[in-house]
Design a protein around this ligand. Structure first.
Ligand code: SF4
Length: 521
């Protein structure tokens, strides 16, 4: 029988697995297929899915267990009795309705959902559309370096910072995006100084992040960025041939430039006495068709430059990337095969003593193993649109997110929720904002509501809209869903088979250390 036939207290109709991963021998659940078998007086609401030869169950609080088929049958029938090992296991994991400590669980829920109690934390400023690279997958509406008319002005920048500081969030991050944001250096510098000055009164936990190709970096700029505690993030697609093939830089060798500056910046962090295991330039690869067979080379390149984390990002469906889909694109199955190969290799390296993690897996494991909510905006409910982040365009338009701004760069203003000249109240309470937030809930999604991964998953309304023409999307056919479900499946298979050494490694991946140096109090 398929897992869709498994009993559920939820409306029947959960889709069969879409995972490309190897499945265990199908467990015979004959006789358990009727939802009538569920005993609400015994079990809290739960969802289930077959993982190998086990049955994964999860509840809305984020607890989970892998049960044998026999244990699962007893659970469904409400047979376990107090004192029996299975009962105690279920009780400990909050699956026995009569044993739930409501106050403790309310506290736990409140703590994990604390992002609902305040406004957007991430404020992405697009300082210019200019860039000196012509990356084939670029998802922003880049223009040539002579187009200074696409730069954000000082006036718009100040209004944007004023808006960001009105967020009810106690902590805000101002992130510089582009184009190549350092092309509009004077405004970048002004924003940092203006925001720091404002923060003397506002007293928020303030931080800055710069996403840069590093090609316009020089020593004076680096001094300013390091003195101002700006966190640096760059793009690195792998070894030189792969990186330079996609990230075309007519002014020089992009790979050589990136590696040279990464090395220099990491050395400067060390010279400042910062822990070299924590303080490093963050580098992100974008996976394209030529990357698919190069998973080992990509991981090796990141390890070689000293990165401790790799975020294996698949191509976005936004902007230029969509136009280049024929040469750079791939199916979700092809991406997932790449992902599994790469993460298997990362795990193997860890077993050999190399400390490196895959960021997406680490975020998911953080939720599953550490019972924490890392507030990663693509994997939370509601999604990050409007109430987790805002995207500020050079002309002063404000979008639901950076992705909302990408959609606008393709000529569709669907995600514009206001401008820097509006009041914060109008921005956050207008009908468009509310609709985007409501669409980012997975409790209202027909497939999510009966999905075992619901407590840890999330929605991105911009992705749904771009790929399926609807803010809500249709998860059964969604590549968003397939990607997340398959990676959750992969991790659950790993957890099912993990020995103590593997568990130690996964726990290490979930250890979050605050990078205090980048926080400006
Ligand atoms: S989007 Fe996430 S929660 Fe919804 S069905 Fe897919 S994997 Fe499950």
């Amino acid at each position: 029988m398929l897992e869709a036939d498994l009993p559920s207290h939820r409306p029947p109709g959960a889709p069969p697995s879409t995972t490309t991963l190897p499945r265990g021998r199908q467990v015979d659940f004959t006789g358990l297929s009727s939802p009538d078998r569920w005993k609400p007086e015994f079990a809290v609401p739960y969802n289930q899915r077959q993982i190998g030869s086990k049955v994964l169950i999860s509840n809305d609080l984020g607890d989970w267990l892998l049960l044998t088929p026999a244990e699962f049958r007893d659970f469904v029938d409400g047979r376990p009795q107090p004192g029996e090992p299975l009962y105690e296991k279920l009780k400990h994991a909050n699956f026995v309705a009569a044993e739930i400590d409501l106050h403790a669980q309310a506290d736990r829920w409140r703590s994990k959902k604390q992002y609902l109690y305040h406004g957007p934390t991430l404020h992405a400023f697009v300082l210019t559309h200019r860039c000196n690279h012509g990356c084939q997958y670029c998802h922003s509406s880049i223009v040539g370096m002579e187009r200074t008319d696409t730069d954000m002005s000082i006036e718009v920048a100040e209004r944007g910072v004023d808006m960001a500081f009105q967020s009810t969030a106690w902590a805000i991050t101002i992130e510089f995006q582009g184009g190549e944001p350092t092309a509009n250096w004077d405004v970048l510098r002004h924003i940092v100084e203006y925001a720091k000055k404002k923060n003397i009164e506002a007293k928020k936990v303030l931080s800055f992040a710069l996403v840069t190709n590093l090609s316009l970096m020089d020593d004076a700029r680096l001094d300013f960025l390091l003195d101002s505690h700006v966190q640096l993030c760059t793009s690195l697609d792998g070894p030189a041939d792969l990186h330079n093939k996609i990230r075309i830089f007519r002014g020089g060798n992009s790979h050589e430039t990136v590696l040279g500056w990464m090395q220099k910046i990491n050395q400067r962090y060390a010279d400042m006495g910062l822990d070299k295991n924590q303080y490093r330039v963050e580098a992100l690869p974008t996976i394209t068709r030529p990357s698919l067979t190069r998973w080992k080379d990509i991981v090796d390149q990141f390890v070689e430059v000293g990165c401790r984390a790799i975020f294996l990002r698949k191509l976005d469906p936004f902007g230029f990337a969509a136009k280049s889909a024929k040469t750079l694109g791939y199916s979700m199955d092809e991406y997932l095969e790449f992902y599994v190969n790469a993460v298997d290799y990362i795990i193997e390296l860890n077993r050999q003593g190399v400390q490196v993690m895959e960021r997406h897996a680490a975020i998911m494991l953080n939720k599953i193993l550490a019972d924490e909510e890392p507030n990663y905006l693509d994997l939370r409910i509601p999604g990050g649109a409007c109430i987790g982040q805002l995207g500020y365009a050079p002309d002063g338009s404000i979008y639901s997110s950076d992705e909302g701004r990408f959609v606008a760069s393709m000529g569709d203003e669907m995600f514009k929720i206001g401008t820097v000249h509006d009041s914060y109240l109008d921005l956050m309470t207008n009908a468009g904002t509310r609709a985007l937030v409501m669409a980012g809930l997975n409790d209202g999604q027909p497939d999510c509501v009966s999905c075992v991964y619901k407590p840890w998953c999330g929605q991105q309304v911009e992705y749904n809209y771009k790929t399926q023409g609807s803010l809500h999307g249709h998860m059964r056919d969604s590549t968003w869903c397939k990607n997340h479900k398959s990676i959750f499946d992969y991790l659950m298979h790993k957890l099912e088979a993990a020995d103590e050494r593997d568990m130690e490694m996964f726990r290490l991946w979930t250890t979050n250390r605050t990078l205090d140096h980048f926080i400006i109090e």
